[in-house]
Design a protein around this ligand. Structure first.
Ligand SMILES: [Zn+2]
Length: 158
């Protein structure tokens, strides 16, 4: 069982969208200054700091197109990230309950493997066990209540 590789949304694609000024649903991207901080960011997988320039955008965090490649809201830095996303799961993620949604080689949700993980449980171990299934290509961490995208976990390529 190897350590899952964790990533947020594709940064090259984000840069393209920010330059174009439209998100994946065609909405204009409207950055704002975050006064309070604490937004969960899907670019560098950190929480926003007060004063950061961020945007809420519609995003499809999939490497393919198809009926299962849904578009939903994510929050991102809109003027660059202070640091890149870590390869491993940020500790803050373990403090939140999460739905783990695996996607199979058929580019569909592997419904029989979907798991709910409580806060404080071992998210990394749960992800590793899902990725042990050869039919699973990647796993999305999703917000429990809203279903919003949080991160992608894949097998370590080593
Ligand atoms: Zn960021």
């Amino acid at each position: 069982m190897s350590t899952p590789q964790i990533s947020g949304i594709d940064m090259v694609e984000l840069e393209r969208a920010l330059t174009a000024g439209h998100d994946h649903a065609g909405n204009p991207i409207e950055p704002f200054v975050d006064d309070a901080g604490g937004w969960p960011l899907r670019c560098c997988l950190s929480d926003s700091a007060p004063g950061a320039e961020i945007a809420i955008i519609a995003w499809s965090p999939f490497p393919w197109k198809g009926p299962y490649a849904e578009t939903g809201p994510v929050v991102v830095h809109s003027a660059g990230c202070p640091s890149p996303a870590p390869d491993e799961l940020p500790a803050s993620f373990d403090a939140r309950p999460m739905v783990l949604r695996p996607y199979g080689r058929n580019q569909r949700i592997a419904y029989h493997l979907v798991r709910h993980v409580d806060a404080g449980s071992s998210l990394t171990a749960e992800l590793a066990s899902l990725l042990d299934d050869d039919d699973v290509v990647f796993v999305h961490g999703r917000n429990v209540t809203g279903g919003c995208y949080a991160f992608t976990a894949e097998r370590d390529s080593d």
